[in-house]
Design a protein around this ligand. Sequence first.
Ligand SMILES: Cc1cc2nc3c(=O)[nH]c(=O)nc-3n(C[C@H](O)[C@H](O)[C@H](O)COP(=O)(O)O)c2cc1C
Length: 313
Amino acid sequence: MSQTEFDAKDFRRSLSQFPTGVTVITTLDADGNPVGVTASSFNSVSMDPALVLWSIDKGAHSLSAFENAEYFAVNVLNRDQVSTSNNFASRGEDKFANAKYSSGLGGAPVLDDYAAQFECKTWAVYEGGDHLILVGQVEQYRYNDAAEPLVFARGSYAVSAQHPEMTNKPSATTENGEGDFVQDYLLYLLRATYQNFSNQLYPRLQEECGITPEEWRILARMIGNPVIATHQLSEMVMQPEVGLKITADHMVGKGMVSYSNDNTLQITEKGSEIAAKMQQLALKEEAELLSHLSDDQKVALKDNLKSLLEKLN
Ligand SMILES: Cc1cc2nc3c(=O)[nH]c(=O)nc-3n(C[C@H](O)[C@H](O)[C@H](O)COP(=O)(O)O)c2cc1C
């Protein structure tokens, strides 16, 4: 059998360009204990019968529980469940210790909080290389229309937002020349400003410093923390450790950081130089954006934004 020899890290990075949702998939093991794993491989398969699938790593502790499970439950996470995702992605024994859940079909745990939930009867288990592909027939489902789903892309958690092309349509004016309600609404103004500024900044960071948005977040944090444990950095930049390591490995290849041990990253001299250049460029872009404001107005703008953030936290 011919086999393509890809560089595994690079192949994983290419796959991370495909954004997915995040789920926690649960079942009971042979002793009746709850088990669960974070999985982004979930997808829909068929409408009639109602089938869904996901794949589990053959190295997972919970492999045999899922392989033999009559029922499993798919909990699609909402944007507020990053810590739940990290918890079920860990190899900890006691993943359910802090989870709020009840017993669903076949005893599979269903989480109290979710964006959507699919309770499935195992329909087929297929070989899939180093994974098993599990297909489930959905027997019950529910969803929370008000919940925004959690997204996973490029190794980072994200939330879905309207595309800038949808929000930056030229202002619709009424007959008396007034803009519509949305154009003057704070949320629209904040989001459109954020999107337009990041659309301008990120390509420049790529062109002039050769870094991606994920690398920028890591380097920006490492300016103040030149040696840092990956689990700490993972919390700061909102990347689960598995995603952070994909980005970090690439940065090691580019000579920006190095591992001082398996779980500690250190910024290199080259990384520090890039970080300084990146910081300068970011500050220059900010200064240009704010150039029409007086010094007092600039201070007031930031103070007002900070007070809004405090109020909302
Ligand atoms: C966002 C995200 C998505 C993941 N998707 C999968 C997946 O689809 N299949 C899988 O086997 N592991 C996936 N993992 C890794 C597992 O959650 C992780 O290996 C977990 O420790 C397995 O638990 P277990 O060893 O207790 O069974 C994912 C991790 C994260 C953070």
